[in-house]
Design a binder for this molecule. Structure first.
Ligand code: DX5
Ligand code: ZN
Length: 226
C-alpha cells in the first residue's frame, strides 16, 4: 500500500561518483526525484535522459523526473523513452500543456505540472483536472541546499482551495528546502510528496532520514484532521 506521506530523495544532492550505492541507500523511499536542468530555464546544468536510463537500472522505485527546461514540448518524450514514471514540466515554459499531459498518459505514465514560487496558483486552473500531481516549488529552482520560502504555505493553501473547487485530488509535491523541521507544516498545508535533497543525502544515515521525514510529515497529516 502507498504511504500517505511519500518521500522523494533528490539525487541532485547525492554523491554522483557513487550513484548506485546512493540509490540503494534510499530504497525505503517512495520515489527517486530526478532533476533535469538545462542551464537556461534555471542557472545550472544537471542530468539528461542518458543518466535516467542508468538510474532506472539502479533502483526499483518509481522515478519522478522534474524537467526544469525552457523547451519541455520538444524534449519531454526523451524522458518518457528513458523510463520516467512521473514526468513533471513547468507551466512557465510549456507551449501546449494539455498536449504534453495527453502524451504522457498515452505512455501510461503519470503527468505533473510544476510552478515556481513566483507563479500564481491560478495558472493551473485550465490544467488541474488532468494532472496526477502538482509540484509546488518552495525555492527558486536551480540548486539543492537553498532556504525554504515561507510564502509556499500560501501557495499550498491556494492549491488546496483550487483542487477542492475542481473536485480533484492530485498528489501535491513540495520541492526545495524541505526537512524534518518543516515536514509536518507542509503536509498540514496540503503537501503529500516531500522532496528531500540535502536533507537526505547530507544526513549520516539516508534511510533513517527518509523514515524520519515521513514520520514528521505524518504528524502534519494528523494536524489536517483536527
Ligand atoms: C531545486 C531542485 C530540487 C533540489 C532540492 O531546483 O528542483 O529538487 O534538488 O534540494 P533541497 O532539498 O536540498 O532543497
Ligand atoms: Zn526538483
Amino acid at each position: 500500500m502507498s504511504n500517505i506521506v511519500r518521500i522523494a530523495p533528490s539525487i541532485l544532492a547525492a554523491d554522483f561518483l557513487d550513484l548506485g550505492n546512493e540509490l540503494q541507500s534510499v530504497s525505503n523511499a517512495d520515489f527517486i526525484h530526478y532533476d533535469v536542468m538545462d542551464g537556461d530555464f534555471v542557472p545550472n546544468i544537471s542530468f539528461g535522459p542518458g543518466l535516467l536510463r542508468a538510474v532506472k537500472r539502479g533502483t526499483d522505485l518509481p522515478v519522478d523526473v522534474h524537467m526544469m527546461v525552457k523547451n519541455p514540448d520538444e524534449v519531454f518524450r526523451d524522458y518518457l523513452e528513458a523510463g520516467a514514471d512521473v514526468l513533471t514540466f513547468h507551466i512557465e515554459t510549456a507551449k501546449h500543456a494539455h498536449r504534453i499531459v495527453d502524451e504522457i498518459h498515452r505512455y501510461g505514465r503519470r503527468a505533473a505540472v510544476a510552478i515556481n514560487p513566483g507563479t500564481a496558483v491560478s495558472s493551473l486552473d485550465a490544467i488541474i483536472d488532468y494532472l496526477d500531481m502538482v509540484l509546488v516549488m518552495s525555492v527558486n529552482p536551480g540548486f539543492s541546499g537553498q532556504k525554504f520560502i515561507e510564502h509556499t504555505y500560501t501557495q499550498l493553501n491556494k492549491l488546496t482551495a483550487l483542487c477542492q473547487s475542481h473536485s480533484v485530488r492530485p498528489l501535491v509535491e513540495i520541492d526545495g528546502g524541505v526537512s524534518v523541521k518543516n515536514a509536518a507544516q507542509v503536509v498540514a498545508a496540503g503537501a503529500n510528496v516531500l522532496v528531500g535533497g540535502s536533507a537526505v543525502f547530507d544526513a549520516e544515515d539516508h534511510a533513517r532520514m527518509v523514515d524520519d521525514m515521513r514520520t514528521a510529515g505524518m504528524q502534519g497529516f494528523a494536524m489536517r484532521m483536527v
